[in-house]
Design a protein around this ligand. Structure first.
Ligand code: TRH
Length: 365
């Protein structure tokens, strides 16, 4: 696209922080590339700590209750929308669609409507990415909606990664590295309630990790509650396992945390990618689904990343409901370190998601 366009991104927060986390990153990335973004969200509360400073070019708006409200009407009249994104299948209010199709524009081709899907490394993603769907009912009947799938190959929508990311990592690294005094291994913990958490903490409290003491940096919320529940049953040796409770961090601080640690336990789609870009060993707590659909998704991810056997085994144990044991030697930091670097380098060679999205919109509008 050559000129600045107005994007309207719609996000419904189902639970946790992935929905708004992904939408916020996309919004800010688009805005940093010169686009104008309105982010409509039904629960923006997490943005107060995730993005306390907001971002230039991104306007956060409450989910539209009534398109007829004078404020909303004035907003849309002043700045009509070029691109609509419904994140993760959330349905755009019909009143908004009615307004969108009626807005003055040369033709249907002048606008683009996309459904941004969840991230997966499974093979269906290549098949389904960029599929059109003819809308059969509602105010936008007869229009086309496109399915945009993020993914790990050139045949998909790619992975979110800002153009400045690698340079910023180098800059931050140069500032932080000379000041790092701790002899402990620094480990981030961002998780749900992994059944093997107690076994892991007991192991580190007895032996440390790879013979070194551990500084466990526990993120706020569910992770902290999970660790507190374990600690109520376990007395730890604080020489070998020292715990630091983190406050809620902004996304930027969260990313810096991952860049600076020796091992990152992450959860959900956004943090796993950030851990991947950090180039440090990581373990993913995949978002569990009742029908078990997360397990093939996890396998596809490990396969795609060509994970070593020890990392695959750890992931399977960490993500298995009821799995309370972990082999004492389960974490092979030196092997995982090497793998993390190789996996990151391979994916950095591909074009990022926002670039592919911009090209897609330019072609399909
Ligand atoms: O919070 P999540 O578990 O979100 C999940 C997943 O995205 C899952 O796939 C989705 O289906 C489900 O929600 C509904 O994990 P995720 O995706 O890693 O998102 C966490 C976000 O929170 C991420 O943007 C990083 C951010 N974060 C901070 O900015 N500061 C913090 O202190 C912490 C702990 C997280």
């Amino acid at each position: 696209m050559n000129r600045r366009h107005q994007w309207d991104i719609f996000c419904k927060v189902i639970d946790n922080f992935g929905d708004i986390g992904v939408c916020w990153r996309l919004s800010t990335d688009l805005a940093a590339r010169g686009e104008q973004v309105r982010l409509w969200v039904d629960d923006a509360s997490a943005l107060s700590w995730m993005a306390p400073a907001g971002a230039k070019g991104v306007e956060v708006l409450p989910w539209i209750q009534s398109i007829e409200s004078p404020a909303v009407s004035a907003l849309l009249a002043k700045q009509p929308s070029d691109v609509l994104i419904e994140a993760f299948g959330c349905e755009i209010p019909p009143e908004f669609l009615a307004r969108w199709v009626a807005q003055p524009a040369p033709s249907q081709q002048a606008r683009c409507w996309l459904n941004l899907e969840y991230l997966s490394a499974e093979s269906y993603v290549e098949r389904c990415h960029a599929m059109p769907s003819l809308v059969s009912h509602g105010p936008a009947a007869g229009w086309t909606k496109w399915f945009f799938y993020p993914g790990f190959t050139p045949q998909t929508g790619g992975l979110p990664r800002e153009p400045w990311l690698t340079q910023r990592m180098t800059d931050v690294d140069a500032q932080v590295e000379p000041h790092r005094a701790s002899s402990r291994l620094q480990v981030t913990l961002f998780c749900y309630e992994p059944p093997a958490l107690a076994a892991l903490l007991a192991e580190w409290s007895r032996h440390g990790l790879a013979g070194q003491p551990v500084e466990l940096l526990v993120t706020a919320g569910r992770s902290a509650q999970a660790v507190k529940a374990v600690l109520s049953q376990l007395t730890t040796n604080t020489e070998l396992l020292h715990i630091t409770w983190l406050p809620w961090l902004s996304q930027t601080e969260f990313d810096h945390l991952l860049w600076g640690c020796d091992l990152n336990f992450v959860r959900g789609e956004d943090s796993v990618l950030r851990a991947l870009w950090a180039g440090k060993p990581f373990v993913w707590s995949i978002y569990p689904q009742d029908d078990g659909a997360h397990l093939p998704k996890l396998e596809a991810f490990l396969q795609r990343l060509d994970a070593p056997a020890s990392l695959k085994a750890f992931h399977r144990a960490w993500n298995t409901a009821g799995e309370k044991r972990l082999a004492p030697s389960a974490v092979d930091l030196s092997e995982w370190r090497q793998h993390a670097k190789v996996a990151r380098t391979a994916l950095l060679g591909q074009e990022d998601m926002t670039s592919r999205l911009l090209q897609f919109v330019a072609k399909n509008r």
